[in-house]
Design a protein around this ligand. Structure first.
Ligand SMILES: C[S@@+](CC[C@H](N)C(=O)[O-])C[C@H]1O[C@@H](n2cnc3c(N)ncnc32)[C@H](O)[C@@H]1O
Length: 382
């Protein structure tokens, strides 16, 4: 390894150990000795005490290696930092930076980032405009529809999977501290004492809903399914579940279904990834429970249908839904979550032989400090 490389690796090691000041000194020494070391200038930019100094270092790196990703990132961060120090809100600074970048070069990824930044700043029309400029990108189409309040797009499954894979590590703490989610306890309460001999936690996440089901004596034995492998791993580690399968609850829309294994293959391999409930026909669950998962599913007919095929006669299906703000059956919010009316749930359920046996209206959780109202519904299979 060259001396410059060794010194840079030492800087990174110092940073990884949290020795920030020692790292800053080592990076300065490195740039004095090797003034053409672009990555070292980036490091100095990241550690600079003031935005102007960070920008100077980032520009130096740009002059040396303009195409390096770390150089672009260092420059963008320094510009945002300068704007924030000049009194602009962080999101505003990000937005103007992204708009400037787009004026120089049209790029779908930058339009996507701008959409996200505008959405965070609550400029929903502007966010939708930006997402619509991303080209043929399912995630961007979904977010554009969310920002326009148009519930006609399904949430892309890859997007949900990536979201929850990235969220699994901090999910439990976030759910109790920031979101103050009541959904696991409310769903479990709705079937308290059921002592189901074979139950399925649909969208089990890290296992909080499974714990609540056992606490309420809703089941004696429990399986779980979730589309995020990282969430599944957390659920498995609780030891609460007989089995936790990675899979999607029900088949998605036609475009997604085309990429899935056939129904027959799923039926012979019910534990493989894919539409789990379709493969679980005849499994005879006497309880299906789902807390805070149905808001990710747009249309519910198919969910009830596959749930009915997997359920034992007289089985219960208990779940939470978010309440629409208007009179519509299905709404979508800028959060990317669907809101379903009780009447719509009942109509979809009736098509596959489910009838509503209990309903509770409640605050399910918080979103940015505001109450999220919803319902806990229990359906009975005839
Ligand atoms: C908000 S979390 C709820 C987790 C758990 N039920 C709880 O109450 O803590 C939503 C979970 O549903 C999963 N999920 C969302 N859509 C799904 C689908 N179509 N099929 C299976 N899992 C899904 C996500 O991966 C995530 O783990």
């Amino acid at each position: 390894m060259s001396d410059a490389r060794t010194q840079f690796a030492a800087c990174e090691a110092l940073l990884n150990d949290g020795a920030v000041e020692a790292c800053a000194v080592a990076a300065e020494t490195l740039t004095k000795q090797y003034p053409k070391h672009a990555r070292a200038w980036c490091l100095r930019a990241a550690l600079a005490p003031q935005a102007d100094i960070a920008l100077k270092h980032a520009e130096r790196a740009k002059a040396l290696k303009p195409d390096l990703d770390c150089v672009r990132t260092a420059l963008a961060r320094a510009l945002v930092r300068r704007a924030v120090e000049a009194g602009k809100a962080h999101s505003e600074a990000r937005i103007s930076l992204l708009e400037r970048a787009l004026a120089e070069q049209d790029d779908p990824k930058t339009w996507y980032r701008l959409g996200r930044a505008r959405r965070e700043a609550k400029d929903l029309a502007g966010a939708a405009d930006a997402f619509e400029k991303c080209g043929d990108d399912a995630r961007a189409k979904f977010w554009a529809a969310c920002c326009r309040g148009d519930p006609s797009e399904d949430a892309p499954i890859e997007h949900l999977e990536a979201l929850y894979d990235g969220y699994a590590g901090r999910y439990d703490a976030h759910l109790s501290d920031a979101l103050r989610s009541q959904a696991p306890a409310l769903v479990a309460e709705s079937v308290r004492g059921a002592k189901a001999r074979k139950a399925l936690d649909c969208g089990c996440g890290t296992g909080l809903s499974g714990r609540a089901l056992f606490d309420a004596e809703a089941c004696l034995q429990l399986e779980g399914v979730d589309l995020s492998e990282a969430m599944c791993e957390k659920a498995r580690a609780t030891g609460l579940y007989e089995d936790v399968a990675k899979g999607e609850l029900c088949p998605g829309p036609v475009s997604r279904r085309a990429r899935m294994p056939s129904r027959r293959r799923l039926a012979s391999h019910p534990r493989r990834a894919g539409a789990f409930l379709s493969g679980a026909a005849g499994a005879n669950y006497d309880l299906l429970a789902s807390s805070d998962v149905v808001p990710y599913v747009r249309r519910l007919e198919e969910l009830f249908m596959v749930a009915a095929a997997a359920a034992a006669p007289k089985a219960s299906f208990a779940f939470s839904v978010e309440k629409p703000l208007g009179d519509g059956d299905v709404e979508i919010g800028a959060t990317g979550r669907f809101r379903h009316s009780v009447a719509y749930c009942e109509a979809c359920a009736a098509k596959s032989g489910w009838t509503l046996s209990a309903r509770r209206d409640a605050v399910l959780r918080k979103n940015c400090g505001a109450d999220v109202h919803g319902h806990v519904l229990v359906f009975q299979r005839s």
